[in-house]
Design a binder for this molecule. Structure first.
Ligand SMILES: C[S@@+](CC[C@H](N)C(=O)[O-])C[C@H]1O[C@@H](n2cnc3c(N)ncnc32)[C@H](O)[C@@H]1O
Length: 245
């Protein structure tokens, strides 16, 4: 990722579509023990980490490979008096090297980095038997998307699947699917509104850097694609149980 990419995302309230309300809805399906140990993978600046900390009495280990996101999360946690419930870990989700097993693994908008199936299989070793996992993955949510939408996603994330294929992957990776729901459109609207404001600010500085312009162009295409074809794809929250291992 280039500098401008991080400059944009460091200013965003969150780094992917989401909302505290939907984090809490997903959490309501997880039956957790008192003081649960929670691992939040690809936490970004931690919008969902803070929601989890508000709603649980356990300890959250929030992992990301971008240090400034973690610094921001630590500062917010402190300001909200939630710092005793959150510890940040600067690390790579591909090589977590944790000895501990968790009651809950959370990952909003991040498992795509490893790939949905690979992430599910690799992270299982960090989950206690009967532990829960909650994640979001972009998916086709309506049949027969137009060719332009297909070719947009062919470039962005060719591994995108429909919900039913993701459910099959979940089961074959050794989990029970407890619940899934499509994240409502307002999560995307909020995300893109914030993105458009930041892009406008950056563009209004005399921008000559071609790499920066390319990055901004990529985000603008993403926003436009959602405006045109957003009814065909969305983030799906999957809540899983790690049975019998
Ligand atoms: C789309 S953002 C989602 C962030 C946050 N969960 C949210 O929903 O606002 C993906 C996050 O994964 C992090 N990330 C990307 N590659 C990673 C890796 N290899 N290991 C750990 N984190 C990674 C990024 O820094 C970013 O914070």
């Amino acid at each position: 990722m280039n500098r401008i990419f991080y400059e944009i995302f460091e200013q965003m309230p969150r780094q992917g579509p989401g909302k505290s309300e939907y984090t809490k809805r997903a959490l309501s399906f997880c039956q957790l023990p008192p003081k649960p140990q929670i691992l939040d993978i690809g936490c970004g600046t931690g919008a969902q980490t803070l929601s989890l900390a508000e709603s649980t009495d356990g300890l959250i280990t929030a992992v990301d490979n971008h240090g400034p996101f973690l610094k921001e999360l630590s500062e917010k946690a402190k300001a909200l008096g939630l710092d005793s419930k959150i510890q940040v870990l600067h690390g790579d989700m591909n090589r977590l090297g944790l000895k501990q097993k968790f009651d809950l693994i959370w990952s909003e908008g991040s498992i795509f980095v490893m790939g949905f199936e690979k992430g599910l299989r690799e992270w299982k070793k960090f989950l206690k038997p009967d532990g829960f996992m909650a994640l979001t993955e972009v998916a086709w949510i309506k049949d027969n998307p137009p060719t332009e939408a297909l070719s947009f996603w062919e470039q962005e994330y060719p591994a995108i699947k429909d919900i039913s294929s993701n459910r099959d992957i979940i089961r074959s990776a050794g989990y029970s699917l407890i619940q899934d729901f499509i994240m409502p459109k307002d999560a995307w609207d909020d995300f893109y509104s914030a993105l458009k404001i930041i892009i406008h600010k950056i563009k209004s500085k005399d921008l000559k850097n071609q790499q920066a312009l390319n990055t901004i162009g990529m985000f603008e295409r993403e926003v436009k694609a959602y405006q045109r074809f957003g009814e065909f794809y969305g983030y799906v929250f999957f809540i899983l149980l790690n049975y019998g291992s």
